[in-house]
Design a protein. Structure first.
Length: 137
C-alpha cells in the first residue's frame, strides 16, 4: 500500500511540473507560424463552403496545406512538431491564436476595402431573419 502511495505521489508531482516557456530552437518561428495558420484557416473556410463530401474536402485540404507549407518553405514534419509544441503549451497556443485572429481580421478588412464593402459587417436583425420585420409581443 505504501509503495502504491509513493508511485501515485510521484505521478502527481510530475504532472504538476511547470511548463517550459522557452520554445525549442528547431521549431517554426512564431511569426511564420502565424502566417501559415492564418493561410490554413482561410483555405479551410473556402473548402468547407465549396466541397460537400467530407472525404473530398479532406483530400483538398491536405493538398492545399502542403502548398501553403511549400510556399512558406516549411517541411510537414517541422510544422507538425511546432504545432505539437503549441498543443503541449496551451498558454503559448492562446497567445499564438490572438495574433492569428488579429491577422485574419486585418486580412478581412483589406479584402472588404478592396471590394468596396464597409469594414464592419452589418448588424443582424434581432430576430435573426434578414428582411423579416421584428414582431412585437
Amino acid at each position: 500500500m505504501r509503495r502504491l502511495f509513493c508511485i501515485l505521489s510521484l505521478g502527481v508531482l510530475l504532472g504538476c511540473q511547470s511548463q517550459n516557456d522557452e520554445m525549442p530552437q528547431n521549431l517554426v518561428p512564431q511569426a511564420k507560424m502565424v502566417q501559415i495558420l492564418a493561410d490554413i484557416h482561410v483555405v479551410e473556410a473556402r473548402i468547407e463552403t465549396r466541397v460537400l463530401y467530407p472525404d473530398t474536402a479532406l483530400m483538398a485540404f491536405n493538398k492545399e496545406q502542403q502548398k501553403i507549407l511549400e510556399a512558406h518553405g516549411v517541411e510537414q514534419q517541422e510544422f507538425r512538431n511546432t504545432y505539437q509544441y503549441y498543443l503541449d503549451n496551451i498558454p503559448q497556443m492562446d497567445k499564438l491564436y490572438e495574433v492569428i485572429l488579429d491577422t485574419l481580421s486585418v486580412r478581412e478588412a483589406k479584402a472588404r476595402a478592396s471590394d468596396g464593402q464597409p469594414s464592419t459587417p452589418p448588424e443582424p436583425q434581432k430576430n435573426g431573419m434578414k428582411g423579416v420585420p421584428e414582431m412585437a409581443y
